[in-house]
Ligand binder design. Structure first.
Ligand SMILES: Cc1cc2nc3c(=O)[nH]c(=O)nc-3n(C[C@H](O)[C@H](O)[C@H](O)COP(=O)(O)OP(=O)(O)OC[C@H]3O[C@@H](n4cnc5c(N)ncnc54)[C@H](O)[C@@H]3O)c2cc1C
Length: 546
């Protein structure tokens, strides 16, 4: 490991550089990274493609968009003042409130002045002779910085379905994450929703209340569970505020940073009665408890998973009046919790309404979109509005669309196509001075908890380098190989990694996303953090610092 400083490249004397650090993305990650780096006196510029802060919560303005994490477990934990002054109005806040929160954070800490909006980063090229990154924005302006930090999101690059004629529709049509800033009227209209993942579920249960007629096009149902949202009154907010230390302490101890974590018992270790009682309790409880706080083997033992799936299937049958529709809504290609569980409020009851129709596009595939609507193999539907809730090119999409070039003209997209590998989900061999916040093979979980950890780790590393006049950091090939091995080991036996989903890199709407890969770290938060902390404690021995 080379750990020598070259005085000609001292970090603080980089007059030839525009900035010490360029951060891409003004979501939860970018906002906090900018705050941390400015606090240690770095010259930072943040570029964001959107016209304002918020990331996910800036883009996803579709009706019904809200948290599945408890609001108070999702907000930043780093500022006592912020915790003291911000009131959440619901246990699971809706998008407008979340966006207001993030705008408040950016204003409170005076971060906007270092952000540049409508600035889509198109390319990032590393120059080893000057140890800097050269960034080019759409439009051609260029900037140079010592370090480049990506906070570009795991679910930020939308994908539309591959349907012939998709541009020919004469009514309004939107992908949910590109919902207009102006109000969209759907009252009394003929509306289609394509897609029944987490976003589709939130959209369907909301718009069905107002539309004239809603047609849902479903390729594959998901296992949904009740959100049990409710308002937070001032007294309850006081209690929540008084318990923030405990809330974040709990999040720090759980497997994935949520307030919920696996029960220590196995499914068949308890009696059938106790098992059902526990599942009834989870089904009646708020949030991700039913997914993250279930028996410890529900996501590893196929028999336990089958029993749990049967329990939820029965719930769906009880809630949907028409038995044929109920069966269509019960997944048969994956078990409960092996894909991201959408949380819902009266989602299943939406299908009991006269104005809602469910079309199974496995049976009657969509043939094309026309100027009037959607044509399937057996019918032509006319619509005023088509909503595409068809998800994202998860994790990799936002990297692939930037031309990222490292040493020896190595292109990131080519390197990752050969083998997706990183170090801690933060660094990449051949790409010095590039740090990713929640990159591939990092822990995702309750995202802000992982983001805060990643941001602090990166900031500490930059400080470590500054104190020693180091200007180049690169994960060694050995460190990357060893992390990859660890990621594979941690994923073994998990049913989640044995089904097609964005968590295994599958997206049937995109070329090159048909082969299952490990895209995220599926070990526990404790293990992830321990590994990262060990690297820091060793003086970053796994990195080549110079
Ligand atoms: C509808 C929805 C609901 C969700 N609910 C939850 C939840 O309840 N709990 C949870 O933990 N997570 C949830 N998530 C995940 C969510 O993405 C994260 O919680 C969090 O917002 C991620 O923050 P981020 O800053 O990493 O990325 P993002 O919020 O995605 O922000 C990335 C930003 O980078 C910008 N960007 C990307 N590429 C470029 C480029 N080349 N140039 C310039 N700018 C660029 C984007 O425009 C975007 O604004 C949800 C996601 C979605 C889509």
């Amino acid at each position: 490991m080379t750990q020598t400083a070259t005085n000609s490249n001292v970090l603080t004397a980089d007059e030839h550089l525009d900035y010490d650090v360029i951060v891409i993305g003004a979501g939860i990650a970018g906002i906090y990274q900018l705050y941390k780096l400015r606090n240690i006196g770095m010259r930072v510029r943040l570029f964001e493609a959107g016209t304002g802060v918020g990331g996910t919560w800036y883009w996803n303005r579709y009706p019904g968009a809200r948290f599945d994490s408890e609001s108070y477990s999702y907000g930043y934990s780093f500022s006592q003042e912020l915790l003291d002054e911000w009131d959440w109005s619901e246990h699971f806040a809706s998008q407008p409130e979340i966006l207001r929160y993030l705008q408040h954070v950016a204003n409170k800490f005076d971060l906007i002045k270092d952000m540049q909006f409508s600035s889509d980063v198109q390319s990032a090229i590393y120059r080893d002779d000057t140890r800097c990154w050269e960034i080019e924005l759409q439009g051609g302006s260029r900037f140079r910085s010592r370090f480049l930090i990506t906070g570009i999101g795991t679910l930020s690059q939308p994908t539309l379905p591959r349907i012939q004629g998709i541009d020919s529709f004469s009514g309004q049509s939107f992908h949910t994450s590109r919902w207009p800033h102006e109000p969209v009227s759907y009252k009394g209209k003929r509306v289609a929703v394509v897609g029944t993942g987490a976003t589709g579920v939130q959209t369907i249960q909301e718009v069905c209340k107002d539309v004239g007629h809603l047609t849902v096009f479903q390729r594959r149902p998901n296992w949904c569970a009740p959100l049990h949202n409710s308002k937070i009154d001032p007294d309850e907010m006081k209690e929540i505020r008084a318990g923030y230390n405990e809330i974040f302490e709990t999040c720090n101890q759980t497997n994935a940073g949520f307030l919920h974590t696996a029960d220590s018992r196995s499914t068949f270790e308890v009696s059938e009665e106790q098992r059902h009682e526990f599942w009834e309790h989870l089904y009646a409880s708020k949030g991700f408890g039913i997914w993250q706080g279930n028996f410890k083997d529900v996501l590893t033992d196929p028999k336990a998973n089958e029993a749990m799936s049967n329990f939820v299937a029965d719930k769906i049958r009880q809630r949907v009046n028409d038995p044929e529709i109920a069966e269509k809504l019960i997944p048969t290609d994956h078990g409960f919790g092996t894909r991201r569980v959408p949380l819902e409020t009266n989602y299943y009851e939406s299908y009991n309404r006269d104005n809602v129709e469910l079309i199974d596009i496995n049976k009657t595939p969509i043939k094309k979109v026309t100027s009037k609507g959607i044509v399937t193999s057996d019918r032509e539907f006319e619509f005023d509005l088509i909503i595409y809730a068809t998800g994202f090119d998860a994790v990799l999409g936002s990297y692939d669309r930037i031309n990222i070039v490292g040493i020896n003209e190595c292109k990131l997209v080519d390197q990752w196509r050969k083998e997706l590998s990183t170090f801690l989900g933060i660094q990449i061999n051949n790409f010095p001075n590039l740090f990713m916040i929640m990159g591939p093979h990092a822990l995702l979980g309750n995202n802000p908890r992982s983001i805060e950890f990643n941001v602090e780790w990166i900031t500490d590393l930059i400080q470590h380098m500054r104190a020693r006049n180091f200007t180049r950091a690169e994960a060694t090939a050995e460190a990357v190989a060893s992390w990859y091995k660890h990621v594979v080991e941690q994923g073994e036996g998990l049913l989640t990694n044995q089904v097609d989903s964005w968590m295994t890199g599958i997206n049937s709407n995109l070329d090159g996303r048909q082969k299952r890969i490990l895209i995220r770290y599926s070990g526990t938060q404790t293990t992830y953090r321990k590994r990262c902390n060990e690297v820091a404690e060793s003086g970053y021995a796994a990195l080549n610092l110079m």
